[in-house]
Design a protein around this ligand. Structure first.
Ligand code: ZN
Ligand code: ZN
Length: 342
């Protein structure tokens, strides 16, 4: 029998980015209108509001506390990103291709757009030797001396560089329209990938030290919960290919979508995925949880309706992602002299 010719899956990774772009004069109060007028998923029946997500929304065979606890952790660290500026340095094309780069035509403009991100880690200035560089403290006669850096993993086309990062903010715990408003300031883009890999770290600031404490409590527990689910379902990872996304479609409150991953493409030491879990404009940068794999931020949607991720290192879960996390910690520590991880 002839060996099967491997399918060229690269075509499935070219499509439309999924930031929610607003028109001139529009503000956050117009985001609901974008949601109502959605053409991709009218009615949004494939999305479950975060507050209503229950075990029963998981596929049969997964309706226990293991995967549910992972999704709860993902929900806690997922943030809505808003940015009010488009960098003049955005390129016309994705590097090495003729694919148009998102928001090129908005360069230098002050238009609102939204995306999603996931808190990756938290650092703070233990020494208290630096002044908080947030916009509030910059203009205050009593700037805070204790503050934290909160690192948010997202897509690079959401936050292209530091000129965008410094005009961004992240809303935490935006689970429904009644959720209290908790924002942290965007500050810098850090360690951005090339545009074809499409991920970046948005470094944010807060001097409300309750926020990093709350996040760290969940981040510390999350790794154990994540490993437990991976171990329990190890034999089914490649069979069921469970994929779950937590995002802020249209910049509105947090939603969960459940599906499967379909293709995996390796590009050097990186990989990217396609999946069936629903996404909409505003979902760019959202964590795509794939059981047994590391999360990749969401990147875009192919014309066929399938969605695709950014390209990142894909750790085997048996390494627990620890090597990658430690590498990130080391890199960050080196770049943020004077700041120590919790
Ligand atoms: Zn939609
Ligand atoms: Zn401050």
């Amino acid at each position: 029998m002839e060996p099967a010719i491997p399918e060229d899956v690269s075509q499935y990774f070219i499509g439309k980015h999924e930031v929610q772009e607003c028109l001139k004069g529009q503000s956050e109060s117009d985001l609901h209108t974008h949601k109502i007028n959605c053409k991709k998923n009218p009615g949004h029946t494939g999305f479950i509001p975060a507050k209503k997500f229950r075990k029963e929304h998981l596929p049969p065979g997964y309706q226990d506390s293991d995967v549910y606890d992972v999704v709860n952790g993902e929900m806690y660290v997922t943030v809505r990103i808003t940015v009010k500026f488009t960098s003049p340095h955005r390129p016309k094309f994705v590097v090495g291709t003729q694919d148009p780069y998102p928001c090129y035509s908005s360069r230098g403009k002050r238009l609102l757009r939204t995306g999603t991100g996931k808190v990756d880690s938290v650092y703070y200035d233990k020494e208290g030797v630096n002044k908080c560089p947030c916009p509030e403290c910059e203009t205050s006669i009593k700037p805070k001396k204790k503050f934290a850096h909160i690192r948010v993993l997202t897509a690079r086309h959401v936050i292209y560089d530091s000129s965008e990062a410094s005009r961004a903010s992240c809303r935490l715990w935006f689970d429904d329209d009644q959720s209290p408003v908790v924002n942290i300031y965007g500050w810098k883009a850090h360690g951005s990938s090339p545009t074809d890999q499409d991920w970046t770290i948005l470094v944010c600031l807060t001097h409300d030290l309750e926020i990093p404490e709350k996040l760290l409590n969940v981040i510390r527990r999350f790794r154990d919960v994540w490993l437990k689910a991976n171990e329990k379902y190890e034999s089914r990872v490649e069979v069921d290919k469970l994929a779950i996304i937590v995002s802020h479609p249209h910049g509105c409150s947090k939603q969960v979508s459940v599906g499967r991953w379909v293709h995996r493409q390796e590009i050097g030491r990186y990989s990217r995925y396609t999946y069936t879990a629903c996404t909409c404009p505003g979902s760019s940068g959202a964590p795509v949880y794939k059981l047994g794999r590391t999360d990749h931020p969401h990147s875009g949607a192919h014309a066929s309706g399938s969605n695709y991720s950014t390209a990142m290192i894909d750790m085997d879960y048996s390494c627990g992602g620890e090597d990658l996390n430690e590498k990130r910690m080391r890199e960050h520590k080196a770049s943020m002299d004077g700041f120590l991880p919790y």
